[in-house]
Design a protein around this ligand. Structure first.
Ligand SMILES: *[C@@H]1O[C@H](CO)[C@@H](O)[C@H](O)[C@H]1NC(C)=O
Ligand SMILES: *[C@@H]1O[C@H](CO)[C@@H](O)[C@H](O)[C@H]1NC(C)=O
Ligand SMILES: *[C@@H]1O[C@H](CO)[C@@H](O)[C@H](O)[C@H]1NC(C)=O
Length: 569
């Protein structure tokens, strides 16, 4: 009898809880890494340093096996927030350097605006990088109720200043709370600082009726300024003493801090009873720059190329999603998905109907039914334009299994596999990998919602299916001289050019035609030349909205600590 009433009570409770969950739109939490490599998470089998929290997100939720993004910060963030290809927002060529007066087109309705209108509290913590030379370009004028972080391309991990790799522009401070300079807690490691702020927002939100949209847009694992590019707390670096290369050791510490951030955010959601009704996404904005400008030692192994190249190493990124609404959580998601898909996909998940005028401009497609549905849902055939930059003459287009590449960046210097997978200097935790993952903060929080237990076998099976298997090398292609065609479903490492085979001439012609069609519909790139008035020396050593703000009369010497925060605020 007691058993029966307990059972009925449970049924009742379950009914109440389900009703509450459906009545309320889900919280959307997007955690973005900057310049982190495809193989710098351990869920594909890398063992040099582990990322147990990120791996747990993938194993309890869905590992996004073929998540694609434009190969650089500005176009990638622009595609995420607008749901459109960079050729449709003027961000198709390179990035916005801090001293340049332009932005993501003001024409586009951005994801935070859409969620704001639907009643969400919209918050950006961390990097923006979509323009700030006028106040109307900045996050709180583009749909975010709140911004805590920086406007530009990157900052120092402790002092929050940046110097662009452009002659004659000074070091400038770049950290704000909404439009105001934020000077408190300087010297705190930025990955922790941003995570603290995300935790505060999540805690403040507990018990409120309003749903939360939070984009935690990390600095990690981007480099800081050129004179000290890789920065992490000493005690974190010491954990990776077994890695011989001192730069790679620091990078491991930077990624480890990022991984802890993912664990902290998920635990905070759980501890405040908000996890069940949240969608949590983690991904990197683009591939790592393994070598060259802003090189952080990140690895896109075994893929070709890196950040700012048309190859898979630039555009296929590490990512995972969790939501209690995913029927097939605990399964890898192999459907190709583009960052521009998040806008319609998350709008669907939140039951937000897009206005016709916004919906018809989208290049992204709604993949919520596939993500939330059965593990074996058939793939939706789709197109992804990776790059169409007529300044550098690069075109890269994927249609279904086919990928077309015409032209490349940096005269082809970064077109090969630029890193290897470390097999000797291994993370000591690797010998107990499943235990390490299950003991992570993320796994402890997420396992409450598991449909089946995350066993050692299950972990091994997902990790095995996420391993990329390159086909044998067959026929090379020089994209500076010829068109290249790959079947990336069987040749993910782009080693067999099919453009010459007559069997593929129709496919090649179709891709070529589509590139021309897309080119005809492209807007002019928004890029503008650097403006001397942007120099922080004219704005009390701060990166300001320089197009409209009257410059100071006396340029300051900005190469020392604290000018904006200690003597001018
Ligand atoms: C923005 O809209 C204007 C006016 O409709 C149009 O001329 C311009 O090409 C658009 N720009 C972009 C980048 O879409
Ligand atoms: C930078 O400043 C130096 C010295 O003042 C000057 O000679 C040079 O032309 C400047 N370069 C640019 C790109 O403005
Ligand atoms: C391929 O690149 C060449 C050289 O830049 C260019 O002339 C041609 O139009 C490109 N083809 C397409 C379809 O973009």
């Amino acid at each position: 009898m007691r058993g029966l009433s307990a059972f009925l009570l449970l049924l009742c409770l379950q009914r109440v809880m389900t009703d509450a969950a459906t009545a309320r739109r889900p919280n959307i939490i997007i955690i973005m890494a900057d310049d982190m490599g495809f193989d710098d998470v351990s869920f594909r089998g890398g063992r040099e340093f582990l990322t147990p929290n990120i791996d747990a997100l993938a194993y309890h939720g869905r590992l996004l096996d073929r998540l694609y993004a434009p190969a650089m910060c500005t176009p990638s963030r622009g595609a995420l927030l607008s749901g459109r290809y960079p050729i449709h927002t003027g961000t198709q060529h390179f990035v916005i350097s801090n001293e340049e007066p332009w932005s993501l087109t003001l024409n586009a309705t951005l994801m935070p605006e859409i969620f704001q209108r639907a009643g969400y509290s919209t918050n950006l913590v961390g990097k923006w990088h979509l323009g700030f030379s006028r106040p109307e370009y900045t996050p709180t004028r583009r749909g975010f109720d709140y911004h805590y972080g920086y406007w530009g391309a990157y900052i120092d991990y402790y002092q929050r200043r940046s110097k662009m790799p452009v002659a004659n522009y000074s070091l400038g401070y770049d950290f704000r709370r909404n439009m105001e300079l934020e000077c408190r807690e300087r010297g705190v490691y930025v990955t922790d600082l941003l995570t603290n702020e995300a935790e505060r927002l999540i805690k403040d939100h507990a018990g409120k009726d309003q749903p939360l949209f939070l984009m935690l847009s990390h600095l990690a694992a981007h480099t800081a300024n050129e004179d000290d590019p890789l920065q992490a707390p000493e005690e974190e670096i010491r954990k990776f003493a077994y890695i011989k290369d001192p730069n790679r050791r620091k990078y491991a510490a930077m990624v480890s801090k990022l991984d802890q951030s993912v664990g902290r955010v998920i635990s905070t959601l759980a501890n405040t009873e908000q996890l069940e009704n949240s969608i949590v996404i983690f991904y990197s904005d683009n591939g790592a720059p393994s070598v060259g400008m802003f090189s952080n030692t990140g690895s896109n192994w075994p893929l070709r190329g890196q950040k700012n190249t048309p190859w898979e190493g630039g555009v296929r990124v590490a990512g995972a999603i969790w939501s209690s609404q995913l029927e097939a959580r605990g399964n890898i998601f192999t459907q190709p998905i583009y960052v521009g898909d998040w806008l319609p996909t998350l709008a669907h998940a939140a039951d937000i109907e897009l206005e016709e005028s916004d919906a018809h401009k989208l290049d992204g497609i709604d993949l919520w039914p596939q993500l939330a549905g059965a593990a074996d849902a058939p793939h939706v055939p789709r197109e992804i334009l990776h790059s169409l930059d007529d300044v550098w003459r690069v075109a890269a287009l994927q249609m279904g299994q086919w990928k077309y590449v015409n032209g490349t960046t940096a005269a082809g210097k970064f077109d090969t596999v630029l890193t290897y997978r470390e097999l000797d200097d291994l993370d000591p935790r690797d010998s107990r990998y499943p235990v390490t993952v299950r003991n992570s903060a993320a796994s402890r929080a997420l396992s409450r919602f598991d449909l089946r237990r995350l066993t050692q076998q299950r972990i091994a099976a997902i990790r095995r299916s996420a391993a990329v298997r390159c086909a044998d090398f067959q026929r090379s292609c020089n994209p500076l001289l010829e068109e290249c065609l790959y079947d990336i479903s069987t040749d993910p490492c782009e080693q067999n050019n099919l453009a010459y085979s007559s069997r593929h001439s129709d496919v090649l012609a179709a891709l070529r035609r589509r590139v021309r069609e897309l080119r005809a519909g492209a807007v002019t790139p928004g890029n503008r030349a650097s403006m001397p008035a942007a120099d922080p020396t004219w704005h009390t050593c701060t990166w300001e909205s320089f197009e409209l703000n009257k410059p100071g009369t006396v340029p300051l010497e900005c190469d020392y600590h604290g000018v904006p925060c200690e003597s001018n605020v």
